[in-house]
Design a binder for this molecule. Sequence first.
Ligand SMILES: Cc1cc2nc3c(=O)[nH]c(=O)nc-3n(C[C@H](O)[C@H](O)[C@H](O)COP(=O)(O)OP(=O)(O)OC[C@H]3O[C@@H](n4cnc5c(N)ncnc54)[C@H](O)[C@@H]3O)c2cc1C
Length: 256
Amino acid sequence: MTPVRASRPRPAWHVATVVETRRETPTAARLVLDVPTWPGSEAGSHVDLRLTAPDGYQASRSYSIASSTPAGTTAEPPAGQVVLAIDELPDGEVSPFLVREVRPGDQLELHGPLGAFFVWRPGESDRPVQLIAGGSGVVPLYAMAAAHGAADDAARFRLLYSARTPADVFFADELTALAGPAFGLDLVYTREAPDGWPDAVGRLTRETLAARTIPAAERPRVYVCGSTGFVEAVARWLQELGHAAADIHTERFGGL
Ligand SMILES: Cc1cc2nc3c(=O)[nH]c(=O)nc-3n(C[C@H](O)[C@H](O)[C@H](O)COP(=O)(O)OP(=O)(O)OC[C@H]3O[C@@H](n4cnc5c(N)ncnc54)[C@H](O)[C@@H]3O)c2cc1C
């Protein structure tokens, strides 16, 4: 298979204008940003977002890019737009502002695209891909799943997604629409499941991970994203289940 690869966009500072804000979950918002100078980004990349207060105080945080425009795919959303999805941490400095206060027309500064290791490129390999997300950690993995769907790539994809409740599932409609023979979607609920849900409600366990992911014998490339504690537990279990460390790509969002 011939890799489809464009030269990687160079990170730079960009001015972004908010064009749409949407409630993503009870605690999270989706921001659609118009970034005329945006060079495009590979699925899984992130940006550093910088806010500047009227007194000059600045704060910056990293956010994964939910959209991607890899070579060989149809640009969705249109080139020059970047989509972020931000979960509010109740005592956080930046996320409550982004989720509650930001309005269409506001301007934000972005540095990116960043992250060359935690990306998925269409056409790079026929090996299956296992995505494993905890909470908002699904954002870069959704970008990969959407890029995979748009590229009609031959690799088989599967996502295991741990969310608090059905209402807390990010990109629920989009993920449901992607699900099919080429993209398996497995949900685990930690607090509350839909009526009649067959599985136990609770934190992801090693047993569920083993049962709901592509086995190590099939040598999947694995991408894990979520809070630091989630990622470390999952990466440890994956190695115990026989996955090679080199096949496990991780992105830690912080926290415990
Ligand atoms: C590469 C990368 C990509 C990221 N992408 C996203 C994304 O797409 N969507 C998103 O919502 N967040 C994402 N994050 C997390 C984000 O950068 C911030 O850490 C988060 O929004 C909290 O910022 P804050 O200023 O509100 O909280 P802060 O004021 O920085 O922290 C408040 C408290 O929360 C703790 N904390 C910080 N981060 C987390 C966390 N992730 N989980 C639990 N506790 C935490 C801190 O230790 C502190 O005690 C990403 C982080 C990284 C490194």
